[in-house]
Design a binder for this molecule. Structure first.
Ligand SMILES: [Zn+2]
Length: 85
């Protein structure tokens, strides 16, 4: 999944400048993505991750479309970067 690889790369680059709180919040989303993917695989389904929106400020990752305002740091939608498959 190219989009997911891009997410991993961006998170790595931002890790140094991201506060512990932000990193933990972003990590929860990644854990959810992983669990959903695993569940689909267990059920014999292909996991379709769709477009991934990542907050440019804190690294928050949204998979159901970018929110109007980042729930973690409050950045506006324009600050989100979109990764498509
Ligand atoms: Zn944010």
């Amino acid at each position: 999944y190219p989009a997911y690889l891009a997410v991993a790369k961006m998170q790595k680059e931002r890790a140094a400048m991201t506060s512990m709180h932000y990193a933990l919040e972003a990590e929860k989303v990644h854990e959810r993505l992983y669990l959903e993917a695993k569940k689909s695989v267990d059920n014999g389904e292909d996991y379709d991750i769709g477009d991934v929106h990542i907050c440019d400020v804190c690294g928050f990752t949204a998979i159901d479309g970018a929110p109007d305002v980042c729930p973690i740091c409050g950045a506006k939608r324009e600050r989100f970067t979109v990764f498509t498959k």
